[in-house]
Design a protein around this ligand. Structure first.
Ligand code: PHE
Length: 449
């Protein structure tokens, strides 16, 4: 593609990729998983999954994307012409599309909560712990309010995508990611001043291994895939915009480190808050962030309501920014695919992706309320869109990518990409190949079975 743009700077590469990784997965899904899987033992397994499974697969995606400088479907097609492997490229685009429809719904909730924090609607001093549960239920089952906020969110994503790779994705990531990191630092300091902070820290740092099971490991692998944006063509597409002198290994480690730090810090913010209000449980599930936290924010800071107001506003702003940088990375593979494979202009391709996502996203959003009776395999559409990628498509995609990079691709090609044709050193290369060939596929398959 002659007119293909690359990211302009090293910082842009790291911030855009970290922007993709850091999202609702870190701040909404990670604490929920930690709470539901028993705390520190899960955190430990998660860290192992990031290092042993996440980083190698991310490197695999980087190699595929940067070597071909093409959208995911074309990339696999180029590397494995006429072979079944190329299905993974198209599947990645499809999975990105599925995720996009449900991600915008939750992202719309974060936008609404940021707005509600701003207007003071999340300030409540009463004793009814179910107050915010009802608040949330009334909101998501409202006939048009969640739809409106999801659409607003998608309009912003669209606005960034049409500006292109450098002026859109890179420029916005460079503004939004530092803001996000600053907010998370401020919130962490505030959370440490809460009365429940030591109990919250103990919950995250002292493992109880009796809580471990195969299910915990599967959840940790699924969470690592989700959080690091793997197996959906997102990072593969971003890597296709990396320049030839980008250090892939360093980038993968930086992105994984930032992503993991943000997830842990989100835990350090949320659990001290949870333990600061009697009667609330860390295992409260996906509602934790939307149902329990607003109550916690108004009660943990009861003596200083202004702090509660600021904390709540900053927190939902943080969630919203994180969701925005991830959502653009989910939109991009599909846009690039339509643009490059179906020869649409970038503008038109982006418009198609946005419009079809909005239509499906609206149905997905309504499935939490008006269309709640519409079930597939006993799940609402919303639950389907969440579970199908994270529990099945991403792990299966992970197995395919590791086998493809470990066995199918020419070992020399992989090594050349990772060392920039001999200019850099990567002494762990044999370990990396071993993990891709044996450990990752076997581990994921075993855990899935
Ligand atoms: N990693 C993002 C998050 O943590 C979600 C995501 C998944 C983004 C897959 C792109 C691809 O929220």
């Amino acid at each position: 593609m002659a007119d293909r743009k690359n990211f302009g700077s090293k910082l842009g590469v790291v911030l855009a990729s970290a922007g993709s990784a850091v999202g609702l997965g870190n701040i909404w899904r990670f604490p929920t998983e930690v709470g539901e899987n028993g705390g520190a033992a899960f955190v430990l397994v998660y860290l192992l999954c990031v290092i042993l499974v996440g980083v190698p697969i991310m490197l695999g995606e980087f190699v595929i994307g940067r070597h071909t400088h093409a959208n995911t479907a074309t990339a696999y097609q180029q590397l494995a012409p006429g072979k079944w492997w190329r299905v993974q490229g198209t599947m990645g685009v499809l999975v990105a599309f599925i995720i996009s429809c449900y991600y915008m719904v939750v992202a719309g909730w974060t936008l609404y909560y940021a707005y509600a924090s701003l207007t003071g609607a999340l300030q409540y001093q009463g004793d009814d712990a179910t107050y915010f549960s009802d608040f949330f239920d009334n909101f998501v089952t409202h006939p048009w309010l969640p739809v409106l906020f999801a659409m607003l969110f998608m309009v912003m994503v669209h606005g960034i995508i049409v500006k292109g790779v450098q002026d859109g994705i890179e420029r916005f990531s460079k503004v939004m990611m530092p803001m996000l990191l600053l907010i998370i630092a401020v919130l962490t300091v505030c959370a440490f001043s809460l009365p429940g902070s030591s109990e919250g820290l103990r919950y995250l740092l002292h493992p109880d291994f009796s809580k471990l099971s195969a299910q915990t490991v599967l959840n940790a692998i699924g969470q690592a895939f989700y959080s690091l944006s793997l197996a959906m063509g997102c990072l593969c597409t971003y890597a296709s915009y990396f320049r030839d002198d980008t250090n892939l290994v360093k980038t993968a480690f930086s992105v994984s480190l930032i992503d993991t730090m943000v997830a842990l810090l989100a835990g350090f913010i949320i659990f001290p808050a949870v333990f600061s209000v009697p009667g609330l449980e860390p295992g409260d599930g996906p509602g934790l962030v939307f149902k329990s936290l607003p109550y916690i924010f108004s009660h943990a800071f009861a003596s200083m309501p202004v702090m509660g107001y600021i904390f709540s506003l900053l927190f939902y702003l943080l969630l919203f920014l994180a969701a925005l940088t991830s959502a653009i990375s989910i939109h991009e593979p599909v846009t690039a695919y339509l643009h490059e494979v179906h020869q649409m202009s970038r503008r038109k391709a982006a418009l198609w992706v946005t419009m079809v996502s909005v239509v499906l996203g609206v149905v997905c959003s309504l499935s939490c309320g008006l269309l709640g009776d519409m079930k597939i395999l006993g799940m609402t559409l919303f639950d389907c869109f969440d579970a199908l990628p994270a529990k099945i498509l991403m792990p299966v995609g992970g197995i395919i990518i590791s086998l493809f990079t470990g066995w199918y691709l020419d070992r020399k090609l992989v090594e050349d990409e990772l060392t920039n044709y001999g200019k850099l050193r990567f002494p762990l290369f044999p370990v990396f190949i071993f993990l891709l060939r044996w450990v990752i596929p076997v581990a994921i398959a075993l855990v899935m079975v």
